[in-house]
Design a protein around this ligand. Structure first.
Ligand code: TYD
Length: 201
């Protein structure tokens, strides 16, 4: 089973992923977590290029670099683990590409981004996607003391388009489960478990 977490920067994905991982292990499942971009040697090298504030990257190059990091992670790690019935949790997947490179950067029309996403993910689709929803104002409050990487230095209007992109995806994609991430973290976790319990028979 493939579970993905999505949301704007500061939406609390890492905390919720570690709660979910612990809970699933307690229940006896084998679980692996990866972050995107990252999770393999090549993907981590690409990550450091993508997040380096000292380099300029053309929007299409950026799209293809995120996609290259993904292709390697899926081929090298995720597909083999899923074949062994391990539960895989991804901290971001191709919906981030649609939101950031599609709606945010407008690198290519959304239909073309969708095609690139299919290629980069080797056709793999998440079983469930938790969209941790937080307004831009709430997210800015949480991240105001954190050093910003290249993506996070992209400006308010970029992040507004990314947020609107996620909202649109949540509206049109049945596997998206929208979770209010402005609540106390244990309450957010409880909301996630309510949905997960339907999947864990
Ligand atoms: P990261 O530090 O992992 O951010 P977060 O903790 O918020 O997930 O950095 C990943 C950054 O890359 C984040 O700003 C989102 C961005 N990103 C894209 O623009 N496109 C993508 O396809 C992915 C996976 C991430």
């Amino acid at each position: 089973m493939l579970i993905t977490f999505e949301g704007i920067d500061g939406s609390g994905k890492s905390t919720q992923i570690s709660y979910l991982k612990d809970k699933l292990i307690q229940k006896g499942y084998r679980v692996e977590v990866f972050r995107e971009p990252g999770g393999t040697d090549i993907s981590e090298m690409i990550r450091s290029m993508l997040l380096n504030p000292e380099v300029d990257i053309d929007p299409v190059t950026e799209l293809l670099l995120f996609s290259s990091a993904r292709s390697q992670l899926i081929a090298e790690k995720v597909l083999p683990l899923l074949n062994q019935d391990v539960m895989v949790i991804l901290d971001r997947f191709y919906d981030s590409t649609t939101a950031y490179q599609g709606y945010g950067r407008k690198s290519l029309p959304i239909e073309q981004i969708t095609q690139v996403n299919k290629t980069a993910s080797h056709g793999l689709e998440p079983d469930i996607t938790f969209y941790l929803r937080l307004t831009l104002e709430e997210a800015a409050e949480r991240t105001k003391h954190v050093l910003k990487d290249r993506m996070e230095q992209s400006g308010d209007s970029f992040f507004k388009r990314v947020f609107d992109g996620f909202e649109k995806l949540a509206e049109i994609t049945p596997r998206f489960k929208t979770i209010n991430s402005a609540q106390e973290p244990h309450q957010t976790h409880a909301d996630i478990m309510k949905i997960m319990d339907d999947f864990l028979t």
